[in-house]
Ligand binder design. Sequence first.
Ligand code: IDP
Ligand code: MG
Length: 167
Amino acid sequence: MEEAVLVLIKPDALQKNLTGDILSRISSTGLEIIGAKVVKVSRELAETHYAHLRDKPFFEDVIDYICGKQHGRNKVIALVYYGEDAISKLRALAGKTNPEEADPTTIRGAYGRITTKGVYENVVHVSDSPENAEKEIKLWFSPEELIIDLYPTRTQVEGSRVHKVWA
Ligand code: IDP
Ligand code: MG
């Protein structure tokens, strides 16, 4: 099945200059990039993205992590990939959530670490299901930032400006 998936190159990856390596590993899948940008991560965006972890003891640390607090840069690179079995292909390439359990040939296994505070700094985010991919892509991207019409949209008029927003 052709599907879309959100990938975030997290602040630890940016600090370690891993962007090129991560993109070239992903390009080996043949999946297509349909959206890409650098995003300054607000606390609100981070909390919405990680809403499913709100009750976990590590929630605050993970919010600080994706906001770049530990890595001196408040940004991530956000990409949307599209193609056959995109989610399972990219989850396999990323490796397990815990970088110590991740196979060393995967992105997280090769470059991730667990901090002394216990945070999994695992280099990349990859959506884990079509439902979450849709939620996450709609959160991080506007329809006009993607080159494929993935999900239904509606037109919004603001003064003399007309744009598409997610329906
Ligand atoms: P995923 O990134 O593999 O989908 P999630 O459970 O969605 O894993 O967790 C989101 C992020 O929160 C992880 O990528 C990791 O950075 C962090 N995290 C998840 N579980 C733990 C944990 O048990 N301890 C510390 N950090 C964690
Ligand atoms: Mg997840």
